[in-house]
Design a protein around this ligand. Sequence first.
Ligand SMILES: [Zn+2]
Length: 144
Amino acid sequence: MAPVRKGRACRARIVTVARPDSSRTSPDDRPLEGPVRTCVGCRTRAAKRELLRVTAGSDAHGRSVVVPDPDGTAPGRGAHLHPTTGCYDLAVRRKAFGRALRLTDGPGSAPVGEWVAAREHDDRSRSTSRSTSGSNDQDWSSSS
Ligand SMILES: [Zn+2]
């Protein structure tokens, strides 16, 4: 029996191919229609029309505050966010609004939070308002 030779392992030469960054030009995700923006909350790219644009404004005391811009018409720097409380909370926790809008003094973003909450509430009430049975039963009870 021939002794098993240990050692002398042939050293595989690891070849690392440095990839040029130009490969970024090819889209790796499925193409989205129209302009695409990144949500400042969950950092996911989405079609611009699915996101809420927010811009820097000022409140009644002159402090900078992040305000919703659903029409996307406000001038100046804007950031984009999924109109959900989840993404809003993420953005707040990451201080993403201030960073995206170049605001250094930690802007408030209550108007955006209220807008998102109202919209979510609106969506929910619209989807649950289908049940019409059992309402208005007492309308025609005589009141003589
Ligand atoms: Zn998001």
